[in-house]
Write a protein that binds this ligand. Structure first.
Ligand code: FAD
Length: 406
């Protein structure tokens, strides 16, 4: 039995162990995960790792020796299938039982599969793990036509990496613009144009009817309008399903994620949840319960959970931020832009260095900064304070945001 049993050895799980030791927790800690690797960073899987610029050992969150020194047991290859909150135990697919004083659920999510004929064919890939990225890289050599389903950040990053490798790449997006779930129209149109300029075929309003196959291998993607795009490789990036079934089955509140309070506590005694799988109240979403899929949220929720466990609880109140690298474009976002009622473009988009500022009822709620690191750094305070600034002043890129009179 472990004083703190962390299930899921990804970003949030690893940082929970780190934060516990940082907070002086001296009980036993186990980090139980179903992947074979030590905890690693996922963002490069669609960026520098996929493009071959960064080898896997540079993705590790900490080297093996670190976990040994901090007395954190990293137990790989264990998938938890049952949680027994009354007995304070979990059971793995391999039939082993582990006891806990506190359980921290940090299981992230699985790529949502396509729901159409051929979705299971060889050559159809999701991208969440190192194994997925290795598979894509291995298969890539013999492939010319790649179809990416989903014009979100992961889909667009994969498109950028593969078109740079000389592949013919198409991106299919069901909505009328890329990045529709996470960004305003100006940013969507900018990225759409950038991808087209590099030769990526971007199809909007595109509904996938089936993956066409031959001998169980993908050969193309058929759309609802009857057209078929040739594809020996299909990469599906249409979001994740949070990995929470064992907890929900054990009676934890939640559905699309485990519901937690501001201290990362689930409705089950001594069970906390962190990271992508945790449906938490977020002050930057007007207190609404949201699931955020970002490194920022994984790390900051880990700290919140650790503080709760050591008896120094502080409500979660961290400014959301995120990044995405495509081609030579470095996008950095701060805040949550959902529910904006006004946007201001700051700077000249044609220079490929600009920011989009999102406002709600006159207050700055978010910024998307493209090759504009200074705006990202200075805009953070505006989001944190919900600053009220005249749109005309925000639009004036010669005026640094930190000097904008609030
Ligand atoms: P994960 O890191 O997914 O860890 C969960 C772990 O739990 C996994 O190892 C999983 O296999 C394991 N697990 C699941 N179920 C069980 C079980 N029953 N028993 C045991 N173990 C289990 N974020 C950014 O901020 N910026 C980016 O640019 C960015 N790019 C990304 C690119 C890609 C390709 C991907 C996939 C993600 C990206 N993200 C990015 C998101 C970021 O990686 C996640 O938000 C972060 O990894 C969440 O951490 P987590 O611990 O909640 O989940």
């Amino acid at each position: 039995s472990y004083d703190a049993l962390i299930v899921g050895a990804g970003h949030a799980g690893a940082h929970t162990a780190l934060a516990l030791r940082q907070q002086g927790f001296d009980g036993s800690i186990a980090l139980l995960g179903d992947e074979p690797e030590l905890p690693y960073e996922r963002p490069p899987l669609s960026k520098e790792f996929l493009s071959g610029e960064k080898p896997f050992d540079r993705l590790l969150i900490r080297p093996a020796s670190f976990w040994v020194e901090r007395n954190v047991q990293v137990l790989s290859g264990h998938r938890v299938v049952v949680v027994d909150p009354a007995a304070h135990t979990v059971r793995t697919a391999g039939g082993e039982t582990f006891g806990y004083g506190r359980l921290v659920w940090a299981c992230g999510g699985r790529p949502r599969p396509l729901n159409c004929p051929g979705a299971e064919a060889k050559g159809v890939h999701g991208l969440r793990t190192r194994a997925d990225a290795d598979e894509i890289q291995r298969a890539m050599t013999g492939v010319q036509h790649v179809v990416i389903v989903g014009g979100g950040y992961i889909g667009l990053e994969v498109a950028a990496a593969l078109v740079a490798k000389g592949k013919s790449v198409s991106v299919l997006e069901a909505r009328e613009r890329v990045l529709a779930r996470v960004a305003g129209e100006a940013l969507s149109r900018f990225y759409e144009a950038e991808h087209r300029a590099r030769g990526v075929v971007v199809k909007l309003g595109a509904m996938v009817d089936a993956i066409e196959t031959c001998d169980g291998r993908a050969t193309g993607v058929r759309l609802a309008d009857g057209s078929v795009l040739p594809a020996e490789m299909v990469v599906v990036g249409i979001g994740i399903d949070p990995a929470v079934e064992p907890l929900i089955a054990a009676g934890a509140a939640g559905s699309n994620g485990v519901t937690v309070d501001a201290f990362s506590r689930s409705s089950l005694l001594d069970v906390l949840a962190v990271g992508d799988c945790a449906l938490h109240p977020n002050s930057f979403a007007d207190g609404a319960h949201v699931r955020l899929e970002s490194v920022q949220n994984a790390v900051d929720m880990a700290t919140t959970a650790a503080r709760t466990i050591v008896g120094d609880p502080r409500p979660y109140h961290a400014v959301p931020w995120f990044w995405s690298n495509q081609f030579d474009l470095k996008l950095q976002t701060v805040g949550l832009s959902t529910d904006y009622d006004q946007t201001v473009v700051r700077g000249d988009m044609s220079t490929r260095s600009f920011s989009v500022v999102y406002l709600r009822r006159g207050r700055v709620i978010a910024l998307d900064c493209v090759n504009a690191a200074r705006d990202f750094v200075q805009g953070r305070a505006l989001v944190a304070n919900g600053a009220k600034i005249e749109p005309a002043l925000l639009a004036d890129a010669s005026l640094p945001l930190k000097q904008a009179p609030a």
